[in-house]
Design a protein around this ligand. Structure first.
Ligand SMILES: Nc1ncnc2c1ncn2[C@@H]1O[C@H](COP(=O)(O)OP(=O)(O)OP(=O)(O)O)[C@@H](O)[C@H]1O
Length: 302
């Protein structure tokens, strides 16, 4: 069995009248790249702040590394939540030196983390001249200083251009290869889908899905799409077997796995119905994600 290093049990945070998160049971395995996905206001930051000890739960518990949350865990935890706090008038190196000093770390560690986030050649540049992406990377460098086992990145791709997003993805994969478990939140599935091993989907404060990316993809509905000049006959023939089939854009859409295609072709051929096109189609990740999130639209978090 895999080692779960982050766990929340019925985690609930209430702000005045509203639960920002409600009964969230998160389980993150050691070595995972866990994508926490959800639309704006879903509760991602609130959840991650609890893991970082920045918020206290209204109800429920947080466990890190198999123990109830404790301050000592901060040594094994690197976080980038909201904008990193940086001194614009100081250089990248000096910014990290401030943190390294507070943590009692050797100066050599600063160069190592600057290397890891590829900022070594601009380490003498003032941070006020940095782009957003460079600032994000410097924030991550700071989070890496204490050799964390677990890295929590809240929307690190927010506001980055496509090249910056790709660099961030590559960096996360690199951290993972070094043995760091990474939790990364985003409101855009496509930005992290290529790299995550696990997904948690949160909507209106509820964790709506949690599992491996593979399991998530398997959730996608499969359908067979076919085209024929004898649409009406084909529909009449197939509807008794597939009551949920629909006709759309001159195609028959049949909710069925790809294995059903062979028997469909046989049945149509036996009835002299000509097929001009047949294909097996699976919902893409974005469609699945939106379906989960939208099915929650009417839900009221009280
Ligand atoms: N300090 C606060 N006081 C009152 N309500 C808050 C506070 N912080 C967050 N909320 C509310 O809790 C809910 C969840 O917010 P949260 O910031 O965790 O969402 P999010 O998924 O991180 O969103 P985003 O992608 O926009 O950052 C929202 O409805 C938000 O308005």
């Amino acid at each position: 069995m895999m080692n779960v290093i982050v766990q929340t049990v019925n985690l609930t945070k209430r702000y005045k009248k509203q639960n920002a998160i409600e009964n969230v049971n998160l389980a993150i395995e050691d070595g995972a790249i866990y994508g926490l996905l959800g639309p704006n206001g879903a509760g991602k930051s609130t959840l991650l702040k609890h893991l970082a000890g920045l918020l206290r739960p209204t109800q429920g518990q947080v466990f890190l590394f198999g123990e109830p949350w404790q301050r000592k865990h901060l040594w094994q935890l690197g976080t980038l939540i909201e904008m990193p706090s940086l001194y614009g008038h100081l250089t990248a190196y000096e910014n990290l030196a401030v943190h390294a000093h507070l943590l009692g770390l050797k100066k050599s560690r600063i160069s190592e983390v600057l290397e890891q986030v590829e900022l070594r050649d601009v380490e003498k540049k003032r941070v006020s001249a940095f782009s957003l992406g460079m600032k994000q990377r410097l924030g991550i460098a700071s989070a890496l200083l204490s050799h964390p086992r677990l890295l929590i990145l809240d929307e690190p791709t927010n506001g980055l251009d496509p090249a910056g997003i790709r660099e961030m993805r590559e960096m996360i994969q690199q951290f993972s290869r070094q043995g760091i478990t990474v939790v990364v939140s985003s409101h855009i599935l496509a930005e992290v889908a290529q790299i995550v091993t696990h997904l948690g989907i949160i909507s209106k404060g509820h964790l709506r899905y949690q599992g491996t990316l593979k399991e998530f993809i398997a959730h996608g509905r499969q359908r067979i799409e076919l085209e024929t000049p004898q649409m009406r006959q084909a529909e009449l023939l197939l509807r008794p077997h597939f009551p949920q089939l629909v006709v759309q854009d001159n195609k028959l859409l049949i909710p069925a796995p790809s294995e059903a295609a062979a028997s469909i072709v046989t049945a149509l051929t036996q009835h002299n119905i000509t097929l001009t096109h047949i294909d097996s189609v699976q919902d893409d990740l974005e469609t699945l994600f939106l379906r989960l999130v939208e099915s929650d639209k009417e839900r009221v978090v009280a």
